[in-house]
Each structure stands twice: as C-alpha cells, then as structure tokens.
Design a binder for this molecule. Sequence first.
Ligand SMILES: Cc1ncc(COP(=O)(O)O)c(C=O)c1O
Length: 376
Amino acid sequence: MNNKIISVFGSKVGKEELAEIKTSIDKQWLGMGSKTRLFEDRLSKRLNLKGFVMLNSGSNSLYLALKLLDLPKESEVILPSFTWISCASTIILNGCKPVFCDVDLETQNVDYKSIAPMITKKTKAIMVVHYGGKPVKMDEVKEFDLPILEDAAHAVDSKIGEKYCGSIGDIGIYSFDAIKNIAIGEAGGLTSKHEELIEKAKKLRYCGIEKSGFEASSTKHRWWEYSVTDFFIKLLPDDIHASIGLAQLEKLDQNQKLRKHIWDIYKEELSKLQWLNLPVDAEENEQHTYFTYLIRLKNNKRDELAQYLFDKNIYTTLRYEPLHLIPIYNSTHIRLKNSEILNETGLNIPIHPNLKDEEVEYIIDCIKKFGKKHNL
Ligand SMILES: Cc1ncc(COP(=O)(O)O)c(C=O)c1O
C-alpha cells in the first residue's frame, strides 16, 4: 500500500454532483429554490414520507424537532448515552433535561430495559438512535406511550418491514453531512407523521417567517410584509447543497451495495478471529444502511489495535464517547454498563463507498497480523 491514509468514513462524489451544481450556477440561483423543493419531493417519495423539510444540518434538525414537540420547560427526555453530542445538547437548548439510558451491547441501539427505570413524572419524550443504520425495535419503544423522536442520521435507507426509519416515531431527523449515506457536506432535515408539524417546520426554518417575499408574491399584495409566527433562528438549506443531494440520491442504491459488499467481506474474514465481536446485521424484516462497522475486542487491547492500525495508515475511531461520561452533562455519577464497555472495547473500522477492495484486504490483513503478534 502507498502512504495514503485510509479514512474510516467517506463519500463518493464526482461528475454527477458537479453537473447538478452547474445547472444552479448557470441559473444564477444559489439560495433555497427549485432544487431544494425537488430534493425534498424526491426524498419524500423514496422514503414514503408524509413530507420532508430540508435543513442545514442533522444537529439543527434535532433542535427544530425538539422545538416542534413543544415540551414543557424542564421536561426530561430519555436518550441513549452512546450517541452524538448534539442529541443531548439540543435537548438542553430547548430548555429540557437529557436523561441518559444504556444501549444494547450487540446492536448499540437503545436498551428497552434501561428506559423503564428512567421514567419519571417529568419524562415527556424518548429519543432513539438507529445506530449505524441497524433499526431500533420501535414497537418496544412505543410501549412507553411517549412521543418518540427518531434520530435516523445513520439510517436514511433503513427499514422495518415497509416503513423507513425516521417515519415510524412522531418526528424523525436525517443527517447528510460529508460522510453520511447521502453525503452533501452540511445538510439534514426532518419528517413527521403529523402533517401539521411538517408545515410548522417549513414556517420556522426561515427565522419564523411563514413565507419569503418571493414565495408570497404570487398570492399576496405587499408581499414584502412578513407574517412572523414564532421567534426562531435560520436553518435554511440552499440549492447548491440540494443539487449535491439530488445526485447522491440517484447513487444511493449503488452506494448501499458497495457498503454491503465491504460489510460482507469483513463478516467473512473477521468472523475467523476469536478475539473479536462483530456488528449485528439486519434481521429478516429489516433493511440496514451499513453506515459504520463497529468491532468490539474481547480483550483490553483496543487502544493498541487503534494505534497499530494508525501506524499502518489506517484511521479508525470510536463513535461515540458515551455522553454521560462527558462532564458538561452533569451525569458522570451514573453507571451505564454497556455504554462504558463500548467505550473501552469498541472501534469503528473503515467502511464507505470509496473504499477499494485492496484497501479492505489490507485492513483485514493488518488486523490479523495484530492478532498473531499478540497471540490472540
Ligand atoms: C447519531 C447522530 N445524530 C445527529 C448527528 C448530527 O448530524 P450533523 O452532523 O448533520 O449535524 C450525527 C452526526 O454525526 C449523528 O451521528
């Protein structure tokens, strides 16, 4: 192998994205416009959604989703600790309190048994994360009879039966950042099974202005006078990002096949190593997105393996450092066994549509050599 570092995450973009961007540039239209609406419609159709509102990041989508839930101040929202920072921070920014529960060691999805003891009179919602694209068992979460916010940042093409993740709870969010299954750069969005929430999200995303002057001009006299319905910040998408999204959407099936292909090679080869636990695949009625490949070591050599691979130009990481261990969330006193085990034994190894077969072979070879070196 040459000296190029192998990334743990990545996207596959090229001439198709450039061609879409070019049509927006040719039209001299950079802001939110026809491309954004087209992306929203196409994604909505693809995922069978009641509607989709594009926004400028997954984190901001979480922020708006929580605002739409309209929870009383100081409500508690239960969420898994093993997730991204903005999941908890957006709860706090909406005046509520994140209450961390544990995840299942095998799937890294919320552990249903860990939710029940966290419920109090103040609990007003549950946030779930379809980790790596493996669907959460939504029926079990629905049993708690609380509003559910689905974080489908990793799971834009994941399904349970005929239902796409993100459309099963009350509100669902997606991320299209630079490494996601639809990779746009910085973008995201939300959907809901309640149509009025979709409409409200559209009104809020532009500083709480119901319609831009241009949108209102076909129906309204003095269209420049805004109807402001709420105080809100600006989370607008734009046609340049939507252009990339349109090209990525066309490639989604093909990119999913590439991810699955790598997943299957890892499964075949790494299952021979007794010292590793491998991630869980989709069940029969599920569809997975293979966003990430989290291995778990059965020994205490995780850090050593990460360093060994790093020295061989293979970049790995751990998604995520459990949030209850990060002091700012004031929860370091609680113990969440599985999240803490993952924090010590888990390692995400490279999987993305730009990874070449020879790179996958090289990664497997290095992992095997590490095992031999340590007599594992
Ligand atoms: C589980 C999860 N939720 C939310 C987000 C936030 O998405 P974004 O990066 O688009 O803000 C991420 C990003 O990695 C994520 O992994």
